[in-house]
Design a protein around this ligand. Structure first.
Ligand SMILES: Cc1cc2nc3c(=O)[nH]c(=O)nc-3n(C[C@H](O)[C@H](O)[C@H](O)COP(=O)(O)OP(=O)(O)OC[C@H]3O[C@@H](n4cnc5c(N)ncnc54)[C@H](O)[C@@H]3O)c2cc1C
Length: 406
């Protein structure tokens, strides 16, 4: 048993500084250009791969090689402090890797997770494909269908995925599809689609409000044939899961809570904390330097109190993130949906704090000459993806009440 401490250990402090230095020297100076170009920032991801930040090793070390759970959120906060669009371009593959690690057999994890990153000489990308045009918040109603061709031991996938980060440009697509639609969420399975698989193509690329450097597109699956071994978790486990689900459907037993989703939410929340902190720090410095009526604007309580509230809310959000990350890593059950709490709070704080930062910068804040308007646009996605704020509230209210709140 270790003593209670909120102090980062030496390794974590080093990683924090290492990522911060990269974010400050490489990411932030490039942020405006890639936001305007609205293209995947390959040269920056290459730089990240050169120093080992974009790598399987770093992903494994930050997520698994840390008993406290804090290394990953600390690193993400620093990277996204630099820029969220570029940050997501560097970290989007991590979501696919987490999808494989969450459901794959050990040998599948060993084979496919490193391929989501490639290496510095040949960068690869991963994409995690769940959402569909008619199934965003309601992930239980996916229409993408996976049918088993027993004679050839092959799975055949058909459907369209919407709003997929790295969709179509990724080397590894992790696709969630329904095997038995009558079982809703419990009739689904995940598949690895390897590079250059016939039948997988990119649909439209979306033009977005924020995180514009991150590539977001449709993924179209037309008779994609996959060898049986690309079903994550294996056929035996899937058959058992389906049998259990059919039995529970027959007897009316309750479905277990979707605890696994809770585990990835703190990482996404940490990204939002990084954006909020960037805006707060920028606004604080600006308020000290900008003078009106003969004195720096920070001398007005209206400005100073706004900054005090920003600092307070950001620190509160970070503490929720750290708590949930620590719980996830140490196997504590999220009995009150603590993962959702961290995501909800951090996303809403990021939107609110970046809007406050625009106000503090006044006219400058509203122009694209200054970064705060970009941070505000970037922050908004954190109340939408990985579960909207409404869905987080639904999850929390169900957890605390034990009722099926609608
Ligand atoms: C930039 C970007 C990147 C993304 N990346 C990925 C990715 O890599 N992989 C992936 O699978 N998906 C990804 N998504 C999809 C994202 O997860 C979904 O957009 C999100 O889950 C919301 O789904 P929806 O857009 O269909 O909204 P809807 O589900 O249609 O929701 C619309 C509104 O209704 C509300 N609502 C819905 N149901 C309820 C309810 N029961 N109670 C109260 N309110 C409700 C929502 O909160 C929201 O305000 C991404 C989206 C974007 C924009």
């Amino acid at each position: 048993m270790s003593e209670f401490s909120l102090e980062l250990n030496e390794d974590q402090q080093q990683i924090q500084k290492w990522v911060h230095d990269f974010a400050e020297a490489v990411v932030r100076p490039a942020a405006h250009e890639w936001d305007e170009r609205e293209e995947f920032p390959w040269p920056i991801v290459e730089e990240a791969a050169k120093i080992g930040l974009y790598s399987f090793d770093f992903f494994a070390q930050a997520s698994l090689g840390d008993s406290t759970g804090l290394t990953l959120p600390v690193a993400l906060e620093e990277l996204f402090w630099g820029d969220a669009g570029i940050g997501l371009s560097i970290f989007g593959s991590g979501l696919a890797a987490a999808g494989i690690a969450g459901t794959g057999l050990a040998e599948q994890v060993m084979e496919w997770v490193p391929q989501c990153f490639g290496d510095a000489d040949k960068i690869q990308l991963g994409a995690f494909c769940v959402s569909e045009p008619d199934a965003g918040s309601d992930v239980s109603s996916l229409k993408t269908r996976a049918t088993y061709d027993e004679a050839n031991d092959e799975w055949v996938l058909n459907g369209t995925k919407a709003w997929i980060t790295n969709g179509g440009i990724a080397d590894i697509h992790v696709v969630v599809a329904t095997v038995d639609p009558s079982l809703k969420g419990r009739g689904q399975a995940s598949f690895v689609v390897p590079p250059d698989t016939k039948g997988l193509s990119q649909g439209q690329k979306y033009l977005k409000h924020g995180i514009r450097a991150s590539h977001t597109a449709e993924v179209v699956l037309e008779d994609v044939r996959l060898p049986g071994r690309l079903l994550l978790g294996g056929k035996e486990k899937l058959d058992e899961k389906l049998a259990r689900a059919r039995e529970q459907q027959r007897t009316g037993a309750k479905q277990p809570a979707m605890a696994t989703f809770e585990a990835t939410r703190p990482s996404v929340a940490a990204m939002a904390v990084g954006i909020a902190r960037a805006a707060y720090e920028y606004a604080l410095e600006y308020a000290k330097e900008r003078s009106q009526f003969g004195r720096p604007i920070i001398h007005n309580q209206a400005i100073a109190f706004a900054l005090a509230d920003m600092k307070l809310e950001i620190d509160a959000a970070r503490l929720l993130v750290w708590r949930a990350s620590w719980m996830g890593r140490t196997g504590k059950p999220f009995t009150n949906a603590e993962g959702s709490m961290s995501k909800l709070k951090a996303g809403e704080v990021a939107v609110w704090a970046t809007e406050r930062a625009i106000q503090i910068l006044g006219g400058n804040g509203y122009t694209r000459e200054f970064p705060v308007e970009r941070w505000h646009r970037d922050a908004k996605i954190y109340t939408i993806f990985e579960g909207t704020s409404e869905i987080q509230r639904l999850v929390i209210s169900r957890a605390i009440s034990g009722l099926r709140v609608e």
